[in-house]
Design a protein around this ligand. Structure first.
Ligand SMILES: [Zn+2]
Length: 483
């Protein structure tokens, strides 16, 4: 802890100290920074500290919309959320202040190390000024008490994330930045952390999240579901899904817990496909290596509840019963995207290219089209019935989306998978399989970017030349001249 310096003195002291000691000696703290300079979402995440753990205590009422000045006539609205987030983090430099990302909601109180802290808000930035400055390397706890009607965020590509009201509750979906709609944090994949979530909802409803359910308790007409995630998780794949659920617990042959939660209206349509989870997990471990998390499963809501499926950690979220291929895609993301997380949102193709390639491999192993046939159909423009869809995959290089509205566009998926197929052609099937497993193992529970990937591939096959693949397929404009 640092004794606060009188305000007027601070600037002069800082300048002198910076000039005097080049070796990084003690200087007065500075604000931590409002973002980690992501090329697509510069305000996402925060500088100056590294989160280790989130402890979230939430209370949610789907019907109790107390926000009377907004959404008049919009039915039940987004309901009312009351939360306390206690975040354990380590300062990575001396800090006079630091930021958290939080969109909407009312902040009632912020404390650092148990002492009330001053705070102010500007857009998605909640700036916290601890009573005592934080020292570089110091572990600290910040707790934020907040409440209100959580927001649904419209992304640059017009999809919706954040807090989405559903027919019988709500769901939190966070790719790329939606989790700031329901809890304060460092909302960028480069800052992963472990989680404890306790969610209280009206009795009769369930609250499903990541990790493992450790406790369920009903008192005074409200039920609290407590979930624990021991492995690092990026906040964009954190979820809580509130609603009526038919839940099922089983285990794979290896003893991995499988927990599924299905909206009763989707139960019949989901039964057969969800039974395949153990088979898919076995297949995926065979191809990608040991599963990185402590449980698996799925959440199936109603089709109209969200516009897309998401690889929420441990158990992906589906609006409506998925088909097997979509289930394979989202489970493959547990290795590629969740355990190996992107360094920035520019690396999205490492998530989607791998998960798409997993679909191709699955089809090949199930006796459907080979990956080569899928690749050829995409290259020849016969993959989709629609001409414009076939053209769309050449709109930009997978590793260089033109802007934030395109990080989930088809080149990131299909052409990303085509890059992997070109590597497979170059190194052969056996080495490619080693590469899939090795990449997942090398960056397990970490972060990796495009340059890490190209360097890894080059190291793993030093006799091969990948220049053309990188230049034409990964970074090149338009359809490469030769397949
Ligand atoms: Zn995906």
């Amino acid at each position: 802890m640092r004794t606060p310096t009188p305000r007027l003195l601070l600037a002069a002291v800082t300048v002198t100290a910076l000039a005097a000691c080049s070796g990084g000696g003690a200087v007065d703290g500075t604000p931590g920074g409002s973002g980690v300079r992501d090329p697509y979402f510069p305000k996402a995440g925060n500088g100056g500290y590294d989160v280790g753990h989130y402890d979230l205590t939430l209370d949610y009422d789907p019907g109790a919309d107390t926000d009377t000045d907004a959404d008049a006539g919009a039915g039940a609205g987004a309901g009312h959320l009351t939360g306390t987030a206690t975040i354990t983090a380590r300062a990575t430099r001396d800090l006079s202040a630091f930021n958290l990302d939080l969109k909407g909601l009312d902040v009632e109180k912020v404390a650092v190390e148990g002492r009330d802290a001053r705070f102010n808000r500007a857009g998605q930035e909640l700036t916290v000024r601890p009573a005592d400055e934080l020292d570089d390397g110091e572990t600290f706890r910040v707790s934020v008490r907040y409440s209100g009607e959580p927001e649904t965020i419209t992304d640059p590509d017009d999809s919706e994330e954040g807090w989405l009201p559903t027919a019988d509750g709500a769901v939190g979906l966070g790719e790329p930045t939606g989790s700031m709609a329901w809890f304060p944090g460092s909302h960028h994949p480069s800052d992963k952390a472990t989680y404890d979530l306790a969610v209280t909802v009206p009795e009769g409803l369930g609250a499903v999240s990541n990790g493992e359910l450790t406790q369920q308790r009903t008192r005074d007409g409200r039920t609290t579901f407590t979930w624990h995630t021991a492995e690092p998780m990026s906040s964009h794949v954190v979820t809580v899904a509130v609603g009526e659920w038919e839940t099922d617990r089983s285990t794979t042959d290896d003893g991995l817990p499988v927990y599924t939660a299905v909206d009763p209206r989707q139960a019949d349509a989901s039964r057969e496909v969800l039974k395949r989870i153990p088979d898919i997990m076995e297949w995926a471990e065979g191809n990608f290596g040991p599963y990185p998390f402590s449980s698996t499963g799925a959440i199936v809501d109603r089709a109209e509840d969200a516009g897309y499926a998401l690889e929420t950690q441990n158990r992906p979220y589906f609006p409506g019963a998925p088909d097997t291929v979509l289930l394979v895609h989202e489970l493959a993301h547990q290795w590629y995207g969740n355990s190996v997380s992107p360094k920035t949102w520019q690396d999205m193709w490492l998530n989607e290219g791998f998960a798409t390639y997993a679909e191709w491999l699955w089809a090949e192993d199930e006796g459907g089209d080979t990956a080569q046939e899928t690749f050829d159909a995409l290259y020849d423009g016969t993959y989709y019935a629609d001409e414009a869809a076939n053209e769309s995959i050449w709109a930009f290089p997978p590793a260089d989306p033109p802007d934030a509205a395109h990080i989930s566009a088809s080149p990131v998926y299909q052409r990303g998978a085509m890059v992997l197929h070109k590597i497979r052609e170059t190194v052969g099937d056996d080495a490619f399989r080693d590469l899939l497993r090795g990449w997942a193992a090398t960056h397990r529970h970490g972060n990796a970017g495009t340059e890490d990937f190209t360097a890894y591939v080059e190291r793993s096959a030093p006799d091969e030349d990948f220049t053309e693949i990188w230049e034409d397929w990964l970074h090149g404009d338009g359809r490469p001249e030769s397949r």
